[in-house]
Design a protein around this ligand. Structure first.
Ligand code: AMP
Ligand code: MG
Length: 358
């Protein structure tokens, strides 16, 4: 609880620095320039992460309650750990037939499959049996699974064996032992849902932070862009630069966010479904900037798995996202669209800044 409180305090600043304590004073200075009359803030814990909302609106308190209720509603559908969630029911019924699901769950499953197709299955929502074998979604010990275990589980991670029927509102996992894990997309979907809800209720200025997934509504009340820092994956008290954004999502995936060590080696939570092992394609983090938060969340995970070259190929063939990559050989690389609103701040870290053209 203590850890939660400290984290919540760190997050309670106008900038989102992902826990960058030394910049809090600067953030407070910025805050004093604005009228606080309509500023409403809330911090809560859901979907296994700290969530923070900042919004400017005369009905702010009610809107924050509405936002929190929407998050709890979606969490009850998508959670892999809540026994009676829709995803838990779908997983339990694997190999046994179809399951009736809500529109939200079907929609997120469909988006998950689409992002899988777009990324050549680098994004794979049926990766769950392997993720569990590493201990990442269970409360038990995290450990390196045996090769035999991985080999027996990988055939259960074929996305084509997840069938969705939008007419009958059902889905089915064809093989016993298959399971869906929405950890790579649920927060992005939720941030889109909350953003839509708040905008429908008249919010024109706000920032939603769902543990590393940031969604900006409009601009700050004075018309300035929201400032979002990209963490330094090697030192989360530092950042490599700042994105100035409005009306879009900024979502980061990185092996530094969740990991364990065994025999002196680090193993993180983003799994390459070709090998069953944590993705190891030379990236420390991937940040995606897009109007579509669901896609940004799926792509941040997928591009991390794909590695820089394949990720840039996908970016060159797309027009709906920009990205910043931090590589394990010390580079911070922004796509040209991202570079237009990214300020690299490499003075305190070892990264060299580069941009890539389309
Ligand atoms: P994110 O933080 O959005 O990158 O999501 C990471 C989470 O997504 C992990 O904790 C797993 O629950 C899940 N996951 C791991 N590997 C993959 C993958 N290759 N495709 C989709 N989801 C994944
Ligand atoms: Mg993701």
């Amino acid at each position: 609880m203590k850890k939660f409180k400290i984290l919540a305090m760190l997050l309670c600043c106008f900038f989102v620095f992902g826990g960058c304590a030394e910049k809090r004073e600067e953030a407070q200075e910025m805050l004093s320039k604005y009228s606080e009359e309509d500023l409403h803030e809330m911090t809560t814990f859901a979907m296994d992460t700290v969530m923070q909302f900042t919004l400017y609106n005369e009905n702010g308190e009610q809107l924050l309650t509405d936002a929190e209720q929407e998050i709890r509603r979606l969490e009850r559908l998508f959670s892999v750990t809540m026994e009676d969630s829709e995803i838990a029911r779908l997983n339990e019924q694997s190999g046994l037939g179809e399951v009736s699901l809500s529109e939200d769950t079907l929609k997120v499953l469909k988006r998950g499959k689409e992002i899988g197709e777009l990324t050549n299955q680098a994004f794979n929502i049926t990766i769950s049996p392997v993720v569990k074998a590493w201990g990442f979604t269970t409360d038990g010990e995290k450990h390196v699974p045996s090769q035999e275990t991985l080999e027996s589980l990988l055939p259960l991670t074929k996305i084509d064996d997840l069938k969705i029927d939008e007419h009958t509102l059902t889905a089915e996992l064809l093989k016993k032992g298959m399971a869906v894990d929405l950890g790579g997309i649920a927060k992005g979907y939720t941030s889109d849902a909350v953003t839509t809800l708040l905008k429908e209720k008249g919010v024109t200025s706000g920032l939603i932070y769902l543990g590393g997934n940031i969604s900006a509504i409009g601009t700050k009340p004075n018309g300035e862009n929201w400032k979002v820092a990209i963490e330094n994956p090697l030192d989360t008290n530092d950042y490599v630069g700042i994105l100035e954004v409005q009306d879009c999502s900024v979502i980061t995936s990185g092996g530094y966010q969740r990991y364990f060590e065994e025999n002196g080696k680090r193993y993180h939570h983003i799994i390459d479904s070709n090998t069953g092992y944590p993705a190891d394609k030379g990236l420390l983090s991937v940040t995606i900037i897009s109007k579509d938060g669901t896609k940004a969340d799926g792509l941040s995970t997928a591009l991390f798995v794909m590695g820089l070259d394949e990720a840039l190929d996908l970016w060159r063939n797309s027009d709906d996202f920009e990205a910043v990559f931090i590589t394990d050989d010390g580079k911070a690389i922004a796509t040209e669209g991202a570079a237009a609103f990214f300020t690299f701040e490499g003075r305190d870290n070892d990264f060299v800044y580069e941009t890539v053209e389309r």
